[in-house]
Design a protein around this ligand. Structure first.
Ligand code: FAD
Length: 357
């Protein structure tokens, strides 16, 4: 198995294997025999038979000597990284899916293999060597990284991968490998909780909350508005640092880059670390400070308290939608009936203040 491309899927998703075979083909074109594509199935997490159906050259079923199953998520990263490093026999590369767990496992594995780790990248073959390409500076540049020392350990976006010119055939062998690994002794307590499913990077509409909300309860207003608009919930960095929202909600250069048709930042100042990762066809902030930088980017804005305007807007949008759908409209406030071009004062007839571009 020396020199193999190790793939560590979270399921039987064939995309990683197709990409591994494509890379093997490219490597063979510049340096002889193609490396084998070896799939790793951690006992208790992935069914080795399902992996075999996705046609790697070999499946390694990795089991623990203490007969305990491997654990998914942060609680299981240390033991899986130790197991991966133990079964990796000078691999050519280690490929994982670009998920939160994949990135954690990649980093921990690279540390044990003394290798370079690049997440959310594409691999290329340059002069017989693997290099990793990925966006840099919020998509304004493209970086290509080469690896020194150990094998590249990378996470790949499984929706943007290639496939080999000659699809693999045959039935791979399944080999069992036993490893002695321990659980993470730093863990005292594991709690599982639901995080919002919507992936911000793929969302078309986002309503986000900032530090100006003053606390986690403020996100109830943001969620209500997001629900009315049919949007995902995002945040600036301070709410995620404070633990008011899950980290994966953070928008900005150290969070997610977004590309949306509608962005509604609520109580977000518009700092450049945030705005550099915001691409929006329509940006409509709610902010109590008319001088806030966020209004420099606005198509239309609401100068006011989000606790006041958020619920009123949510109600008005719901009513407008119900009207459009031919249903009976209820409620006492005026509906936004012209595609969001007009906002409604809470309990008053005057439109909310609009901020020019
Ligand atoms: C290396 C580095 C990386 C960073 N990465 C990121 C990143 O990825 N993403 C990111 O967002 N930040 C990032 N930051 C932080 C960034 O510099 C700002 O501090 C942050 O974006 C500010 O968040 P905010 O706008 O929510 O809070 P604030 O700047 O505190 O702004 C709060 C806003 O809320 C308004 N407000 C207050 N109360 C109300 C109310 N009741 N109704 C309406 N409006 C109200 C205020 O007028 C103000 O404009 C980074 C910083 C550094 C140094």
């Amino acid at each position: 198995m020396t020199g193999a491309i190790l793939t560590v899927p979270e399921s039987d998703d064939v995309a990683l294997f197709d990409e591994a075979h494509r890379l093997a083909e490219e490597l063979a074109a510049s340096a002889g025999d193609p490396p084998a594509v070896v799939a790793v199935a951690f006992d208790g997490l992935v069914d080795p038979d399902a992996l075999a159906a996705a046609t790697p050259d070999e499946v390694l079923r990795v089991v623990r000597a203490d007969e305990r199953p491997f654990a998914l998520g942060a609680a299981g990263v240390r033991s899986r990284a130790a197991a991966l490093a133990a079964v990796a026999d000078e691999p050519r590369a280690v490929l994982l899916p670009d998920t939160a767990d994949g990135a954690d496992l990649a980093a921990a594995t690279a540390q044990r293999l003394r290798s370079g780790c690049v997440t959310d990248c594409l691999l290329r073959v340059r002069d017989g060597e693997l290099t990793a390409g990925r966006q840099a500076y919020g998509g304004r540049a493209y970086a290509e990284l080469s690896f020194e020392g150990g094998p590249p350990v990378v996470t790949l976006n499984t929706e943007a991968l290639g496939s080999p010119a000659t699809p693999p055939t045959g039935s791979p062998s399944i080999r069992e490998v036993e490893v002695s690994v321990a659980d993470d002794d730093r863990l005292r307590h594991v709690e599982t909780f639901d995080v919002p499913e919507a992936d911000l990077a793929k969302a078309r509409r986002i309503v986000a909350g900032g530090f100006g909300l003053g606390g986690p309860d403020g996100f109830e207003v943001v969620e209500e508005l997001a629900d009315a608009v049919g949007a995902a919930v995002g945040a600036s960095r301070p709410p995620s640092d404070e633990g008011w929202v899950a980290y994966d909600r953070q928008i900005g250069v150290t969070g997610k880059e977004i590309d949306v048709e509608l962005y509604v930042p609520c109580a977000i100042s518009g700092d450049s670390y945030h705005m550099r990762s915001v691409n929006a066809d329509h940006l409509i902030p709610i902010n109590s400070d008319p001088e806030a930088r966020i209004f420099n980017f606005a198509d239309l804005g609401v100068v006011g308290d989000v606790y006041e305007y958020g619920p009123v807007l949510a109600r008005a949008i719901r009513e407008a939608r119900a009207e459009t759908a031919g249903e009976q409209s209820v409620g006492e406030s005026e509906a936004v009936s012209d595609g969001g071009e007009r906002v409604v004062e809470p309990g008053a007839a005057d439109p909310a203040e609009e901020v020019p571009e």
